[in-house]
Write a protein that binds this ligand. Structure first.
Ligand SMILES: [Ca+2]
Ligand SMILES: [Ca+2]
Length: 337
C-alpha cells in the first residue's frame, strides 16, 4: 500500500514539474516575441525597388538571363508569390527559372514552360534574408529569344512578405529584351604574301566550322574581293566559322573566326595572305630561276622544304614530281594553278 502511494506521488510531482516548465517556456517565448518590435516603417518615396533586368542587342536563339531583384528588405523577406510575363511571346519565351540560393519553391506550382508568363512561389525557409538585407535576388528567368523585336518583361502579380508578416510594397521597375536581327559582320583584306598589298578578285568563302576543323561543311556565304583586296560578310549569326580565300595561281588560305553574339552586332576582322604557287622565294614571280634553284636544293636535302614545295600535292615535299613541275612552269610549258 505504501509502495503504491509513493508511485502516485511521483507521477503527480512529475506532472506538476512538467506543467511548470512548459508554462515557463511558453511565457518566455511570448514575452520575447512581444518585446521584439521592429522600428522600420515604409514611407512614400523610400520604398524598395523590385527591378527586372534589361537586355538590349540580344541575338536570335540566345538564352538570356533576366535577374529580378529587390534593392532592400529592412524587415527581411519570408517569401514571395510572383507572376512575370512577356508582352510579346513571338520575340521570346521563358524557358526555365532559377531560384536564388535562399529560395525554396515550396509549393512547386510553377507554370508549364516554355511560356510567355511564369508564376513562382518561394519561401526563405533557411532564414537567410533577414533584417536590413540589400540587393536580394528574387528569381532569374532564362528567356529564349525567337525573333527580332522587343518584348517587355513585367511583373503582373506580386506578393512579398517580410519576416513580421508585413506586406512589402516595392516600386516595380519592369524590364525588356531587345533582339537584334542585323547579326555581326566579318571583314578584312586578302593580300599577296609577297608584299602585303591587296589582292583583287580572290574568292572568299564562309562556312561553319565543324568541331573546329572546318572540313566538310557547305559554304554559307561567298564573295569576291574588290580592287583593294577587301571583302565583307554581313548578317553573320553566332558560331565558329572558317573563312577560306582562294585565287587561281595561289595557294588557298583559311582561318577561323568565332562570332559570340554578345553583342549581337559586332564587327570582326580577318586578314589572309595568299602565296603564289611556285614562288618559293616570295618575290612575286612564280617559277623563276631562283625558285627552280630552291626546289632543286630542297630535293637533295640542302634546304628544308615547307608545304609550298609540294606542288603536286602528294604529301611529299620537293619530290621528283615537284621538281619536274616547277621546271615545266619555268619553261612556260605549264601554269601552276
Ligand atoms: Ca619567285
Ligand atoms: Ca610533292
Amino acid at each position: 500500500m505504501r509502495m503504491r502511494q509513493n508511485v502516485l506521488v511521483r507521477v503527480m510531482v512529475f506532472a506538476i514539474v512538467t506543467a511548470v516548465i512548459l508554462f515557463a517556456f511558453t511565457f518566455a517565448f511570448t514575452f520575447a516575441a512581444a518585446s521584439y518590435t521592429y522600428t522600420y516603417t515604409y514611407t512614400e518615396g523610400t520604398a524598395p525597388i523590385l527591378k527586372v533586368d534589361n537586355r538590349t542587342d540580344a541575338y536570335i536563339g540566345e538564352l538570356v538571363k533576366i535577374n529580378i531583384s529587390l534593392t532592400e528588405a529592412p524587415g527581411g523577406v519570408s517569401g514571395y508569390n510572383i507572376s512575370v510575363a512577356l508582352s510579346n511571346a513571338s520575340v521570346a519565351e521563358i524557358e526555365s527559372i532559377e531560384l536564388p540560393d535562399w529560395g525554396i519553391n515550396f509549393l512547386s506550382k510553377n507554370s508549364t514552360m516554355p511560356a510567355h508568363s511564369v508564376w513562382v512561389r518561394a519561401i526563405d525557409l533557411g532564414m537567410q534574408i533577414e533584417e536590413n538585407a540589400t540587393n536580394i535576388p528574387i528569381v532569374t528567368l532564362l528567356v529564349r529569344t525567337k525573333s527580332g523585336g522587343t518584348t517587355a518583361i513585367y511583373i503582373s502579380r506580386l506578393r512579398i512578405d517580410d519576416d513580421f508578416d508585413r506586406r512589402i510594397k516595392p516600386i516595380i521597375e519592369n524590364g525588356s529584351i531587345s533582339v537584334s536581327t542585323s547579326g555581326s559582320s566579318i571583314s578584312g583584306f586578302i593580300t599577296y604574301a609577297c608584299n602585303e598589298t591587296g589582292l583583287a578578285g580572290a574568292t572568299v568563302n564562309l562556312s561553319l566550322s565543324q568541331s573546329g576543323n572546318g572540313n566538310g561543311t557547305p559554304t554559307i556565304k561567298s564573295t569576291v574581293t574588290d580592287s583593294n583586296g577587301s571583302y565583307m560578310f554581313i548578317s553573320v549569326y553566332p558560331g565558329t566559322y572558317n573563312i577560306t580565300a582562294s585565287r587561281r595561281g595561289f595557294w588557298s588560305n583559311s582561318s577561323s573566326v568565332t562570332v559570340t553574339g554578345a553583342p549581337a552586332s559586332e564587327s570582326y576582322t580577318l586578314n589572309l595572305a595568299l602565296w603564289l604557287k611556285g614562288d618559293l622565294n616570295n618575290n612575286g614571280k612564280p617559277a623563276d630561276n631562283a625558285d627552280v634553284a630552291k626546289m632543286k636544293n630542297a630535293s637533295i636535302g640542302n634546304i628544308s622544304p615547307d608545304w609550298r614545295y609540294d606542288l603536286n600535292r602528294n604529301g611529299m615535299l620537293a619530290d621528283a614530281g615537284d621538281l619536274a613541275m616547277i621546271k615545266d612552269a619555268s619553261a612556260g610549258n605549264i601554269v601552276l594553278e
